[in-house]
Design a protein. Structure first.
Length: 326
């Protein structure tokens, strides 16, 4: 019998790739999104596929459906978007988790929470293992997302203990690839858009701060493995690429791959921006037999091709102009 799978945030960057993978695995997929940052364009190719259903819904309100598994991905994930309405971001994390956990409890579904490396804040441990408790400024402008995700994790662990719910928690590190929003403010999308248009590459801070970038196909494979691994898992699992790179070096690589004439331009570092971010993926290797396989150069080449095609089609690009940008 086909599994019926709910993907919240299914029209977003990660959600759209996950929906496509689940359909290839012969699942019935219910894609739920309120289109705050998700786009219908991301799932246009899936509409009409047998077993694929789309519902417009905000998970801060209860949802009553019958499903076997739930991937809870719904929440703005870039600083530009989650800081636009920080109160709503906290609601999406906390009320969204409560509503999805309540649904999972009612139908006895296995449920996966898309948590984030942001729970580690500006870490003083490097790389970050799941046991690290983080260094987060709860009064800072990023706290709506950081603390919202931390609270959501707490709810998941408590539902496991109190209601014996089968949960999974993925702490997702920087991920990139096709279907990223061109105005999400993240470094990969921003650098590629600027490079393709021969504009200055804006680097916040010195450029010496590091990140580790995972290609979306690898990340989605990790999510699927985590959902389907046998047994009752206690605690989160880091998913990301352990190979870190300075931001300035990333910018130079993108300029090279796009044959751009862009120059690097330094700007002040935003408040609470992490100096370094890199996952310890030993647990994922042990439990899921998972590690990224797509190199940064290969993944960037695919992502550049996506944005190049998007920019060449002005009608498609206009569909993705976020409403706060004018």
């Amino acid at each position: 019998m086909q599994k019926r799978v709910l993907v919240t945030g299914g029209a977003g960057f990660l959600g759209s790739h996950l929906c496509a993978r689940l359909l290839r695995q012969d699942c019935e997929v219910l894609c739920v999104d309120n289109y705050f940052t998700g786009s219908r364009m991301n799932i246009e190719s899936l509409v009409g596929t047998p077993g694929f259903e789309v519902m417009r819904h905000d998970i801060t309100f209860p949802l009553y459906v019958e499903v076997d598994e739930i991937y809870n991905l719904a929440c703005p994930a870039s600083p530009v978007h989650y800081q636009f309405d920080p109160v709503q971001t906290t609601k999406a994390n906390v009320l969204g988790a409560i509503n999805m956990l309540g649904l999972a409890k009612r139908v006895r579904a296995r449920i996966l929470q898309a948590s984030t490396s942001e729970v580690y804040g500006d870490p003083d441990m490097h790389p970050q293992p799941e046991s690290y408790r983080g260094l987060v400024n709860l009064a800072g402008p990023r706290a709506c997302y950081d603390e919202g995700k931390r609270c959501a994790e707490t709810l998941f662990y408590d539902y496991r203990r109190q209601h014996r719910l089968m949960i999974r928690v993925a702490r997702i590190f920087n991920t990139y690839g096709p279907n990223m929003h061109p105005q999400d403010g993240r470094v990969v999308s921003s650098f590629i858009i600027q490079a393709l248009q021969n504009q200055p590459i804006t680097i916040f801070g010195s450029g010496r701060q590091t990140r580790a970038f995972c290609y979306v196909d690898d990340l989605i494979d990790g999510l699927a493995r985590l959902m389907n691994v046998d047994g009752d898992l206690d605690g989160p699992v880091n998913l990301g690429n352990p190979n870190e790179i300075p931001i300035a070096e990333l910018a130079e690589l993108i300029v090279s791959l796009t044959n751009s004439s862009s120059k690097l331009e330094l700007r002040p570092l935003p408040v609470d921006d992490p100096r370094q971010r890199c996952p310890d993926i030993a647990r994922a290797k042990q439990l899921l037999h998972w590690a990224p396989t797509v190199s940064l150069k290969e993944g960037l080449t695919r992502t550049i091709a996506y944005f190049d095609e998007l920019l060449s089609n002005s009608a498609e690009a206009k569909k993705l102009v976020w409403r706060s940008v004018s």
